[in-house]
Design a protein around this ligand. Structure first.
Ligand code: S6P
Ligand code: ZN
Length: 194
């Protein structure tokens, strides 16, 4: 038998990103992201407070098989660790040839994309903006604003998330606040693999 989902719909609250009847909600606090921000001293100073950085609300329990689609919302809170803005961990897809769509719902921020050779690009996402994440690109979102940045993601259900490649070196670029404004700077930690 071919496994498919039944037809269904979900209501997303556009302002909050909450999905009525979400199947799962994942919470990422600073303690779940130790070592992911560049400034270790700033991380250490905040770890007792352990701020909530983002939530992912999954629309349904997608079967991770070829041909199915998963979707969910990300609620990325405003804030910084040192001068680096709150961000998602970021990942390549485990099935690296899987692409993805992000659609801005509320607040705004940046989508940082990176290829395996360390080339990065940044796309701005605001309400109504669709961003296309091509296959083979790592992707991370960063909240450079003052409100919660909320977006919808739609992805092949079998894509999977490879965090290990990012955990090792991070991304080649960071989004930091300089003179009150977001700026893209090279990451001191990043180097291309020999
Ligand atoms: C999944 C998709 C998003 C992210 C979410 C959190 O392919 O890209 O749902 O999972 O934005 O980011 P991360 O990097 O912690 O999975
Ligand atoms: Zn993804």
């Amino acid at each position: 038998m071919i496994e498919t989902a039944q037809p269904f719909n979900r209501l997303i609250d556009l302002a909050s990103g909450r999905i009525a009847e979400a199947s799962t909600i994942t919470y990422r606090h600073l303690s779940d992201m130790r070592g992911w921000f560049a400034d270790a001293d700033a991380e250490a100073a905040l770890i007792a407070e352990n701020p909530l950085i983002y939530e992912v609300h999954y629309g349904y329990n997608a079967p991770s098989i070829d041909g199915q689609l998963g979707f969910g919302t990300t609620l990325l809170y405003p804030g910084r660790i040192g001068d680096e803005y709150y961000m998602t961990k970021g990942h390549y897809h485990r099935k690296a040839d899987r692409a993805e769509i992000y659609y801005g719902l509320s607040g705004e921020g940046e989508l940082l994309l990176q290829t395996r050779d360390g080339a990065t690009t940044v796309q701005h996402i605001a309400p109504g903006v669709v961003a296309y994440i091509p296959a083979y690109h790592a992707h991370r979102t960063i909240n450079t604003g003052r409100e919660t940045f909320v977006f919808l993601s739609v992805y092949p259900a079998d894509a999977g998330n490879d965090y290990e490649s990012i955990a090792e070196l991070g991304f080649a670029a960071l989004l930091v606040e300089r003179d009150g404004k977001p700026q893209v700077v090279p990451s001191p930690r990043y180097h291309t693999q020999a």
